[in-house]
Design a protein around this ligand. Structure first.
Ligand code: FAD
Length: 466
């Protein structure tokens, strides 16, 4: 009997265990846009842009094989059982999801299908390992990254990726046209995205091929001014490439042992491990003591940060890269996030929400785990009292200013010496570079020393109250 393959976060044909499980059976291939179930964590704006183009790409890849994708919109708890009944499917096959809302939705769907004698089969598709299978020696979930990553390395190499099925026989069942999902923004703030990205499986493959610095990753990964990281995160987010494919591609390119690049893939696994075992991760601090942290919510400061108008060039460059390209370099994510929660004392959840809406790779597990890490309230987090100095960070990781000059062009004329601290430039230098501080480019919204002292005082207050 036919089956239903439900695409979710695995919008690819290669190494897709759900497709492989068909084993020649005819199937209805389905994607459901289900904003209701996800609630506050429905796809953010940037992710919706990506999803539109990724679905277009998947549809075209399937069409080239004489196959089709059925699109639907609404609660999957209703749509999936209905479609399964309509085509007489005995089985619904999908890649497993780990978001708390998706887990409860899958449980409800499994139950509804079972009541009709059908089953829901979930495969490991977007992670290397199932988070519930990884345990410490004493049988507990991990809360510290290093032993977690060691345990994963000790499991050996992941199995080789599955090939693209030679033939996929799909059932025709009229669905919605892609436009009916209304994924593209009404106001075209995404107009620069196509310069940076090619969503879809082919785009992911091209991206790996183009990542020529992979073997110099240790030296290049912290430099935002060069393409020193893979830029694969949005492709991974939508499953246009699996972590297993990426792992083996890295090996094939000469990456050996427990290289840093592989460890980064394991940071992603760790974030999912945390989300699985601590489903409150996206909303609440994992460290209880932070529940009463004296944040000072301030709409004006938050807005200055969001718009890249803080007066700190490295912070502003990052926030503008995010807005214009839908992505930000990891080093700068750490700097901008630290600046928000420490210098500006804004709750990390406000930054997390902004990243969720603007990042093409917005990923519930990695985003939440990273924000908690920076804010010092997560598992295995950076201690809160370690406050990044934005000027020193800029001078160290963007020494030639290539990154700041690209994204904050109004200060590009400053000499390197003052590029990361325009407020220290003598008037004659500013005039020579055509900059009126406070007019063309803001003065710092917060003095570094003052911001640092205020952050430490807030931390002491929290500890005192505990
Ligand atoms: P590469 O350096 O090429 O790494 C390869 C892959 O490893 C990445 O694509 C990613 O899947 C994974 N990876 C690398 N670093 C990390 C990390 N620290 N944590 C988890 N996975 C990692 N990553 C997301 O995918 N989605 C998010 O929403 C997200 N939010 C973040 C928020 C903050 C505040 C911070 C500090 C980091 C966040 N990250 C997030 C992690 C990291 O910044 C990105 O994964 C990385 O910048 C993606 O670029 P890349 O593909 O070039 O990475």
């Amino acid at each position: 009997s036919p089956a239903l393959v439900w695409f979710r976060q695995d919008l690819r044909l290669a190494d897709n265990p759900a497709l492989a499980a068909l084993d020649g059976r005819p199937a209805l291939l389905v994607y459901v846009l289900d904003d209701e179930a996800a609630g506050a964590w429905a796809h953010g704006g940037a992710q919706r842009w990506w999803l539109h183009h990724s679905l277009a790409s998947l549809t075209a890849d399937l069409a080239a094989r004489g196959a089709s994708l059925h699109l639907a919109r609404g609660p999957a708890t209703r749509i999936i059982p209905q479609l399964a009944t309509a085509i007489g499917a005995s089985e619904v096959i999908a890649g497993r999801l780990y978001e708390p809302w998706a887990r409860s939705r899958d449980a409800a769907i499994a139950e509804a299908l079972q009541a009709e004698g059908r089953k829901l089969s979930l495969h490991t598709s977007s992670l290397l390992h199932e988070p519930h299978r990884i345990r410490t020696g004493t049988g507990k979930p991990y809360s510290v990254y290093t032993p977690f990553s060691r345990a994963l390395f000790a499991l050996g190499e992941p199995p080789p990726p599955l090939p693209t099925p030679a033939r996929i026989e799909t059932l025709a069942h009229p669905g919605l046209p892609l436009e009916a999902l209304e994924l593209l923004p009404k106001r075209d703030w995404a107009r620069e995205f196509p310069q940076h990205w090619q969503p879809g499986e082919a785009g992911a493959a091209a991206r790996i091929k183009a990542f020529s610095l992979l073997n110099r990753y240790d030296a290049t990964r912290n430099l935002p001014g060069i393409p020193g990281t893979s830029g694969l995160s949005p492709h991974l987010r939508f499953g246009e490439i699996s972590p297993r494919q990426l792992w083996h591609a890295a090996r094939a390119a000469g990456v050996t042992g427990d290289a840093t690049f592989l460890k980064e893939i394991l940071w992603r696994e760790f974030a999912y491990h945390l989300l699985w075992h601590r489903p409150e991760l996206p909303e609440a601090p994992l460290q209880q003591s932070f529940a009463n942290f004296p944040w000072q919510p301030d709409a004006k400061l938050l807005r200055a940060w969001q718009r890249g108008q803080t007066g700190y060039p490295i912070v502003d460059a990052g926030m503008r890269q995010l807005w214009r390209s839908g992505w930000m370099h990891n080093r700068v994510r750490m700097i901008t996030a630290s600046f928000l929660v420490k210098h500006l004392l804004q709750p990390w959840q406000a930054g997390e929400a902004w990243f969720w809406d603007t990042l093409l790779d917005g990923d519930l597990a990695s985003n939440a785990a990273s924000w908690q890490w920076v804010a010092g309230c997560g598992a295995d987090a950076a201690p809160y009292f370690r406050v990044f100095a934005p000027v020193l960070q800029g001078e160290k990781f963007d020494a030639d200013g290539a990154y700041v000059r690209r994204w904050v062009p109004e200060i590009a004329g400053l000499p390197d010496k003052f590029l990361h601290k325009p407020w220290e430039a003598p008037e004659i230098i500013l005039r020579g570079a055509n900059i009126r501080l406070g007019v063309d480019y803001p003065r710092p919204v917060m003095d570094h020393g003052q911001g640092r002292a205020r952050a430490l005082a807030a931390y002491a207050e929290m500890r005192g109250a505990a």
